[in-house]
Structure formats: C-alpha cells, structure tokens
Design a binder for this molecule. Sequence first.
Ligand SMILES: CCCCCC/C=C/C(=O)SCCNC(=O)CCNC(=O)[C@H](O)C(C)(C)COP(=O)(O)OP(=O)(O)OC[C@H]1O[C@@H](n2cnc3c(N)ncnc32)[C@H](O)[C@@H]1OP(=O)(O)O
Length: 360
Amino acid sequence: MRASQQDFENALNQVKLLKKDPGNEVKLRLYALYKQATDGPCNMPKPGMLDFVNKAKWDAWNALGSLPKETARQNYVDLVSSLSSSSEAPSQGKRGADEKARESKDILVTSEDGITKITFNRPTKKNAITSQMYRDIILALKNASTDNTVMAVFTGTGDYYCSGNDLTNFTSATGGIEEAASNGAVLLRDFVNSFIDFPKPLVAVVNGPAVGISVTLLGLFDGVFASDRATFHTPFSQLGQSPEACSSYTFPKMMGSAKAAEMLLFGKKLTAREAWAQGLVTEVFPESTFETEVWTRLKTYAKLPPNVMRISKELIRKHEKQKLYTVNAEKCAAALERMPREEYAKALRNFLFRKAKAKL
Ligand SMILES: CCCCCC/C=C/C(=O)SCCNC(=O)CCNC(=O)[C@H](O)C(C)(C)COP(=O)(O)OP(=O)(O)OC[C@H]1O[C@@H](n2cnc3c(N)ncnc32)[C@H](O)[C@@H]1OP(=O)(O)O
C-alpha cells in the first residue's frame, strides 16, 4: 500500500519524537528522502568542498537521482516506522523485565479484591502530576496489565481528584526550554499511549475537582464515577496550550463538536451532572455515600469474568487504536512547538506569581 500524504505528515511528527539520535547516516537519508518527496530530484547547485554539512546533504539528495516523489515518501514513512519500532516501540512492554514497581509517595498503587487502585497522592498540591508521577503511572499500568487483577481504578487523595500537569514541571529544566519541551513531549506520548494500550477495564473514581490532563484522559477510560462535588475543567486556551490525551478526538465523538469546543476551546468548567449529561461521566453519586456506593459497585464488577471483559474491551478499542496513536503523536508534536511560546510562558508566570500579586 502506498503511503498517503497523511502517513507522511505523521512520520514527520514521529521523527521529532524519536528518543535516540538515529545518527548522521540515517539523518542524511531522512533529509534526502524528505527533499525528494517534497521537491523532487535534487535541483540545488552543488555546495563547495569546504561546506561539509551542506555538501553531505546535497550528495545524499543527489544520490536519489530521479526516484519518484511517491516512492521517496513511502521510503521515508518506512524508515521512520523502522526507527520508531526499533528504538522506542509502544510504551508498554518496552522496559526491562527486571524493572520493579517503584516505591512512590505521590502515586500509591495497591491491589485488593481484583482491583489495582492507583491513587494521586499529593494532596498539598491538589494532586498535580509531576514528571516522576507520569513515569510512576506508566509503570503501574504496565504492571497492572499483566498481573492477576481484573481492572485498574484511578482516584485522588484529599479534596481534589487531580489538578492536572504540575505547572512547575519544566520551570527548573537545566537544558533549556527546547530540550524540556522535547523530553516532555516524549513523556506525554508514552504516558497517553499507556492508557490507549491498557487491556483491562479502566475506571476513574473522581472524588473532587479534576483539571487539565486528568480530565482529557477520561475519554480513554471505560467508566467514570463522580462525586457530585467533582468538577471538570480544561483551561487550555487560558494556558496557551492545546488539548492532549486524544481529547480532540474522543470529546467531540462523545459529546458532539459544540459541547467539546465549549470545554476544550473556551475552557468551560462542568459540574459533575453537566459532565454526565455530556457523556463524559458514567454516573454521579452524592458526596455523602460516594465512596461506599462506588467501591461496592466496583468490587461487584471485578467479579465478572476477566477474560471476557478483556476480549470485549479489545473489540471496542481495536478499530480506533491506530487513530488514537496518531492523534496522540500529533498532539505531542504540537506541544513541542507550543511550549516555548510566549503565551505559555505568560500563563505559567501568572500562575506562579498569582499569590504574590494577590498580596500587592
Ligand atoms: C509530561 C508533560 C505533560 C504535559 C501535559 C499537558 C497537561 C496539561 C494540563 O494538565 S493543563 C492544567 C494544568 N493545571 C492547572 O492549570 C491548574 C492550576 N492550579 C490552579 O488553578 C489552582 O491551584 C486550583 C484551582 C487547582 C486550586 O486552587 P486553590 O484551591 O486556590 O488552591 P491553591 O491554588 O492554593 O493550590 C494549593 C497548592 O497546590 C499547588 N498547585 C495546584 N495545582 C497545581 C498545578 N497544576 N501545578 C503546580 N502546583 C499546583 C498550588 O501552587 C499551591 O501550592 P502552594 O501552597 O502555593 O505551595
């Protein structure tokens, strides 16, 4: 099958997210194929002998002769695909078998009654997710996908479910904003892929307000049980960011484009009942009975035949898995470009200095 323009664009995005430097040989080949696919045969004057870099690029491009644009595009897509699978395969299963669950105070992982419970446990920061917490969650999901539990459930300690990405995650980066953005994009991609790939039922017990990525991720869950105290807020435009975790795809599918835009573009905060009416939440419970009712229900669900639930989930997800990977990769590439921008920096400054300002 010939690679489409969309496949080519996806490959261009994927290249930006490669974890390992593929080396100069491969980079030259990628350059040459890209130029051939977009401009056709080499049409540049030959650089001088001492202009080493441009001469090497010219040689690589010129060596492709009259290779048709479509073939170059296909070869580019194939090369990127081989680089992606050899160096960074899907997030699950790619780490060493000897990797053990990390003791983590900010992400608690327990297993009981057939349920892996993963708790955001940073209540003094409203359970904001640090870079380490993203990594802990990837590992917890990887372990839960192969252990003998039946489902995984996320919840939060304290009054919040989760206040989203820790906005200070990249403020102390030593290697500069470009490098931080690049590392962040890779981490985000692996993090979201681990939700796309999770093979068992995945449920959120939303005990209080949820912000940002903790909301967008819900589109990849199989059940969302919310206290009537919970709210759902995705203030991306206010933060100079674009929506992640495939929500640009899952939200319009779930609630229609107008309601999805209200959340993802205009940052409307929904109550639990509004979120239920939009199809984002499965059921809302009164705060007073929330914990008892929800956990009783989940323990019953965890007694259903695990293999049947796995197979059913696979059937539900399998036709759109590829689409979800693509949307995720696109978003991560976009994040890479947005993060160093002024709008994002300004939103961060406003958050970090809001308390100081309030005192003035
Ligand atoms: C790997 C890269 C992934 C990138 C993924 C992209 C993800 C995007 C998102 O998730 S966007 C959403 C980001 N989150 C927010 O914008 C929320 C920011 N927080 C707030 O607006 C407020 O703190 C609040 C509404 C959640 C709660 O307000 P309030 O009740 O007034 O409490 P405080 O503001 O005093 O908060 C208490 C304490 O927690 C710290 N904190 C809360 N949220 C965050 C956060 N998201 N990041 C960092 N820190 C947070 C807050 O600073 C206070 O700390 P302090 O007591 O001042 O030390």
